[in-house]
Design a protein around this ligand. Sequence first.
Ligand code: SF4
Length: 714
Amino acid sequence: MNTPRNIPVSTSPSTSPSTTVVRAACPHDCPDTCALHVTVQGGRAIKVQGDPDHPPTHGALCTKVSRYTERSYHPERVLHPMKRVGAKGSGAFVRVSWDEALADIAQRLAAIAARDPQAVLPYSYAGTMGLLQGESMAARFFHKLGALLLDRTICSSAGGDALAATYGGKVGMHTEQYAHSKLIVIWGSNSIASNLHFWTFAQAAKRDGAKLVCIDPRKTETADKCHQHIALRPGTDGALALGLMHELIVNDWLDHDYIAHHTDGWPKLRERALQWPPERAAQVCGITADEVRSLAHDYGTTRPAAIRLNYGMQRVRGGGNAVRLIACLPCLVGAWRHAAGGLLLSSSGWFKSVRNDAALQRPDLLAGRRPRTINMSTIGDDLLRESGERLPDGTAFGPKIEALIVYNSNPVAVAPESPKVVRGFAREDLFTVVLEHFMTDTADHADYVLPATTQLEHLDLHTSYGHTYALINERAIEPLGEAKPNTQIFRELAARMGYTEPCFADSDEALARMAFVEPVHFDELREKGWVKLPLPDAPFADGGFPTANGKCVIDSPVYGVPDHVPNYECESATPELARRYPLAMISPPARNFLNSTFVNVKSLRDIEAEPLLEMHADDAAARGITTGTTVRVFNDRGSYRCKVALSARARPGVVNGLGIWWRKLGLDGSNVNELTHQRLTDIGRAPSFYDCLVEVAPSGLAPTPPRAPATAAT
Ligand code: SF4
């Protein structure tokens, strides 16, 4: 399946009838950031394959992106500007010209900005991870306008900020090194579904005798293939880390020398951990004390020992504290001394010194203005706020949001507490523009939908949060229909607004040439497709964390000593709520979707078939539910209808609502976010999607077998 290495790789789109292969990169929100080869014939992309020479991804692609041409040439692509003619959310639009759309949008934005530019909100995330089609020309445009700033918290900021507070940045092991580990703890990650290439290295280690342990409330496909699965309750990872520390201390499995020289604040955490014997941790986590003891034994006595932490476990109230506790573990046992030991949550911080974000985004265009910041995770509440409304912290909200420009995101489907998000997007006095490939739930609520190019149709550059290679994505084909790159749309909008600064005329190649500084060069990327950052194999073998004093910070001046923080919604914190809604719900992505991307790709949706709730047989029996029952999942915030699969993937007391379906493709026009809330994590101001109590009841319809294959092992 790999592209033969001797095929010359082209750097520009081709319409020649002959076959060319173009270097590219996967743009999706996935730690692997695969290097791609796109085969183009007669101006049409016919194949997307992995680059076999790219060391961390070695030519293999996931099912989702190996069908990328199906997505780019999808018959439902938005290929012309569209103007809404029906009610918001109805999906009734007519085709208009770019001229008409841009003129009207510019006029409307100018009128709002003349009253107060802080009534205009840009809303974007990782629909593409590209540096150019993400925040380059778009950021310039909004900085010049003086629009609101957006706190981009929806996925990773709890863990990211926690890691930065501990190690000084989002830095960690090289993913390739896991192949040489002897113990791998996969914590909060369904790697087979969402970190495929790490999994390849973990399997190599397993073949070489390594033990694999999976920690996850859900018995995922990854857990199936590990030697041990610890199915803890959602939001109790910090308690488990404290229980492990207790055992490391009492059995003296500590690296005292590493602790003394490369950590700061251990004595206080040591005192705290001694309050967490295995029995206490086990009781909080809903596991056995022996599971705590045996994992501590393995972790304390095996070298090299590596942790692959992922973002699932930080989507709860105490997610930040839990990440800080887990990040301390490799320091306590000296795991960092080995290249194949340590921890990886994100590698994106390694790119900080080579990225020139200021050149791309031009914050100087704010010209001294300091717009307020809106947290993207509370968009439901914030779209419903009136001017000057008093916020819970006593400050005033500022002007009501009057205009919303959405790109690289589908907030109506993915933002928490969607009943409020939908009400906000449905406001008749809100002017909404959406740059999109498809008519998503969000696009349905737009006044204008502008057709954006897919990754095959534009130039971009990429860094990664799972490895340490910068990559180029060359344009493989001409834009389809009237689609334009995000950069071009904001360039043209800037011209319509009368912005005359020369930076608004920068071409995409000019942007690409300024995106990186030494030692990453655009010409080298163009020549080779990807460039590895020059980093040591064992980056913290002798300490040297990117903190102020080079040590791992255990006792943070900002956050203190980390602790277990119980969920907002759980038996111990909210007993009355837990009586009414006794089931904890997590909403991990269905295997063939990536957040809400790919839900409309029929071949992938056919595999997932329909929205599914995995439920333990005991919980189902207590409610008169069998496999195939259509149920109502509900709490005080809303109600969501889906099919149940009795499944060993669900532990007792926890249901798994697989996401993230587009609302309009769900059973009754909603999805799991109907039930999630907008309260934020302890660190990083992130949403706590997996901190959610619900009840489940049959909807009254006769059971029919769920159509999803192979996920319902009982
Ligand atoms: S989604 Fe992830 S695994 Fe799939 S091609 Fe993209 S980067 Fe690779």
